[in-house]
Design a protein around this ligand. Structure first.
Ligand code: SF4
Ligand code: SF4
Ligand code: SF4
Length: 160
């Protein structure tokens, strides 16, 4: 039980990430309508939402998004738009253990979309190859990565 901390203070306790992953349907533009009320935070069954700098954000270190839409249903403001898709995709950094010579496939095993495959190579562990086209941005690969080598990046705009 948290005592001596207001609900708002509790919800704003964590710092804002350098890149702010947003729940499905929120754009960098529509985020301006967020009042920081925390209703979506309370509604999320995965408990991955937080309020940072008076706006909603996702912390994928806590878990993955299941695209259940509970956050959108709880929001009284014009924050959530359609389609209810993520504006980001996962990216693997050079901190990846496999790239550094240690066998690891935790991200592949965690991905519900089979978006991460491993490429065989001579003289070293298989290397992860993440398909931005197949990735939904759900974040299921982030917490299981032992090297914290996966982060979200802004989705590339579709080419005409
Ligand atoms: S869609 Fe569901 S799981 Fe994803 S952030 Fe919203 S409430 Fe949480
Ligand atoms: S889980 Fe992390 S360290 Fe392991 S292969 Fe995937 S990105 Fe690399
Ligand atoms: S964010 Fe989700 S869909 Fe994308 S690679 Fe990670 S687990 Fe797979």
């Amino acid at each position: 039980m948290v005592t001596g901390v207001s609900r708002r203070g509790f919800l704003t306790a964590r710092p804002a990430p350098a890149f702010r992953p947003l729940p499905p349907g929120i754009t960098t533009t529509s985020l301006a309508a967020c009042t920081g009320c925390g209703d979506c935070v309370t509604a999320c069954p995965q408990q991955i939402l937080l309020i940072a700098e008076d706006r909603v954000a996702i912390d994928f270190a806590r878990g993955e998004c299941t695209f259940c839409d509970a956050c959108a249903g709880a929001c009284a403001e014009a924050v959530f738009t359609l389609p209810a898709a993520m504006g980001h995709r996962a990216a693997i950094s050079d901190g990846c253990l496999a790239r550094r010579g240690t066998t690891c496939m935790s991200c592949r095993d965690a991905c519900p979309e089979d978006a991460i495959r491993f490429i065989p190579r001579m003289g070293g562990p298989f290397l992860p190859d993440l398909s931005a086209a197949a990735c939904t941005g759900c974040g299921a690969c982030i917490a299981p990565c032992p090297a914290e080598a996966i982060a979200m990046r802004q989705k590339e705009p579709a080419h005409a």
